[in-house]
Design a protein around this ligand. Sequence first.
Ligand code: AMP
Length: 216
Amino acid sequence: MKNLILIAPPATGKGTLAKALKERYGYIHISTGDMLRESVAKGDELGQKISDIMKSGALVPDEIIYELLEAKLQSSDGYILDGFPRNLEQAKKYEEIVANIGGEEAIVLVLDIDKEKLKTRCTGRRSCPKCGRIYNIYNPEMNPKDDKYCLDCGSEVIWREDDKIETFEKRYSTYLELTEPLIEYYSNKGNLYRINAGGTSGETLNEALKILGLGE
Ligand code: AMP
């Protein structure tokens, strides 16, 4: 199973695609956003610092990310990196880590979607604070139970601070400035594939499966 990196603007559906691939094919889902939210939940000084940065829509310092990620990559094969790398430095660090642990570099899937569609997805998005499952109140296929509860673990879903419109705008410009340049970087390396993510989550999954040679 190939290792994968997902690159997409915020709220495109990276997490939903990763979850589907995990459930069907046993990929290991590594989400740096989820790891950071776990650190925030601990409520210590570091967690508070991370929380403030995430609410601002900026990126968390690279060193914090590397610390969280390195051990995880060491013990995983057949993984999906969701939310990492987010800038060129992280992409180079990733190559260094892979070389150190003797692993195989991931192929890159870019999820394309237009900004207006994204805004609706983002403001309608609700998340389970416990298991991380994503819902959308504007999409009947992705509603939580009774409009409120996680279908997997029963927790009450929340509207994440960083999914509110002001933070979305900041996250989107952070994406354009720092993350989008990775598309050219990986394109030049010749290991990048593009997917139209403007349709349903099922359609996005099917496109990914075709690229991975797993389509029916
Ligand atoms: P996500 O859940 O991937 O949308 O990430 C939510 C927030 O966590 C981002 O807006 C960043 O503040 C932070 N974050 C997640 N992954 C990274 C990363 N690789 N580098 C820096 N910050 C990150």
